[in-house]
Design a protein. Structure first.
Length: 404
């Protein structure tokens, strides 16, 4: 839903009802992730995409039906059709579970507030009920600025439970499903919420004002990072040399790191390969709750760096978190190739992926993390190309039912 926050924010301000189709579950090689939405207004204007094109027509028609006839929320399943390659379905072999519902902005002002925050770049979370008691299905519950849940139809205990989960998912920076309750001590009826997250840009801290840092700052900016370049040498650390950085800082690296703000989504790249900068910087970086720490240098430099860090009192557990030599083995030589190698490793680490060629892996190409298992930084909003092979092929071209 928050992938089209700009438009939905405008429609809500104009009090314009619309139908919202949201991917609430995926399996196999689905082309777009959970939480992606399409919206259609009363005059037929459509925004967003949920499949890269292969089921958009069917979803559009279902949105029109739900909107104009003011129907209850409906569920649609789209999957691969073995019998007819041209049937409505996903030829990539994946399956999408889509929830379609009518949204009337006049009845949910808290959703308008969340969409405003997302459209203006502020962090926000919206918990959408996608499974559970019939009267709660499709409900949107938002975190307010104080971290409490804005909701009108959840009891106090359920509201606190959903708020706790929404705050946890917001900290990871990625949209995720969570199943809550199901026990007498909490909520007797299990409730599944899809927590939509609009996160602020994660930070990429680059230490060392060298050519590799210039290329890395450009790629990092492209991927959605808030990029900082820091170096103690004012002649090299200039905005003119790093036009793609959001911030260029002249300071000793370890001193800057001690005073700046980092979190679990922050990536730190140490490119100086100079012990007088590296050792105090890495000694500090490896103790921080950040998503990624990498250091540039040859294998010989790496061994010497480990020795010096051990002498400086860095524990074996902290040293194990260091990515050094930095980057994946792409055979990179130029600064631009090296920047791709580094960011590829950050992405792989973020998603718990192997970094192997897809041709050497089996199973679905697009993998979905278990709820609450998000790990490391989330450098950019999830994007995927269409298609892909692999995964199970299960017939079920299209199924639609009105929810009870």
């Amino acid at each position: 839903m928050l992938n089209i926050a700009d438009t939905l924010h405008r429609w809500c301000r104009e009090q314009r009802p619309f139908a919202l189709a949201t991917v609430v579950n995926v399996s196999g090689s689905a082309p777009l992730p959970v939480g992606t939405s399409v919206a259609v207004d009363a005059v037929g204007t459509a925004v967003g995409s949920i499949s890269g094109g292969c089921v958009e027509g069917a979803v559009y028609e279902l949105c029109q039906q739900v909107l104009h006839h003011q129907q209850a929320p409906q569920r649609a399943w789209f999957g691969y059709s073995d019998e007819d390659a041209f049937a409505i379905g996903l030829t990539c072999g994946g399956e999408l579970d889509v929830l379609v519902q009518r949204i009337d902005p006049a009845t949910c002002p808290h959703l308008t507030t969340a969409l405003t925050d997302a459209a203006e770049g502020r962090a926000t979370a919206v918990a959408q009920v996608v499974d559970g008691p019939a009267h709660l299905l499709g409900g949107h519950h938002t975190l307010n600025s104080g971290g409490a849940l804005s909701s009108t139809d959840l009891d106090a205990d359920t509201s606190r439970m959903v708020a706790t989960q929404a705050r946890a998912v917001l900290r990871t920076g990625r949209t995720a499903r969570s199943t809550l309750g199901g026990t007498a001590a909490t909520c007797p009826d299990p409730l599944t919420v899809l927590v939509h997250v609009a996160a602020t840009r994660p930070r990429l801290l680059i230490f060392g004002a060298i050519d590799f840092a210039a290329a890395l700052s450009q790629v990092g900016r492209f991927l959605g990072f808030q990029v900082t370049v820091c170096d103690a040498r004012p002649v090299f650390a200039t905005s003119a040399r790093f036009p793609h950085a959001d911030e260029v800082v002249v300071d000793w690296p370890h001193r800057y790191l001690e005073r700046t703000t980092v979190d679990e989504r922050t990536a730190i790249c140490v490119l100086t390969h100079d012990a007088k900068f590296d050792i105090p910087l890495l000694r500090r970086a490896l103790t921080l709750p950040v998503g990624y720490v990498g250091a540039m240098g040859s294998r010989r430099s790496h061994e010497e760096r480990l020795r010096l860090l051990e002498e400086a009192g860095v524990t074996a557990g902290h040293l194990a978190a260091l990515h050094s030599p930095i980057g994946l083995d792409l055979g990179a030589h130029t600064p631009e190739e090296t920047a791709l190698s580094i960011t590829a490793e950050i992405i792989a680490h973020t998603n718990g992926a192997s970094g192997l060629p897809l041709s050497q892996r089996t199973g679905p190409i697009h993998r979905t993390a278990a709820p609450g298992s998000a790990k490391g930084p989330t450098p950019f909003p999830a994007r995927s190309g269409g298609g892909g092979t692999g995964g199970r092929r299960r017939p079920a071209a299209l199924g639609v039912r009105e929810l009870p």
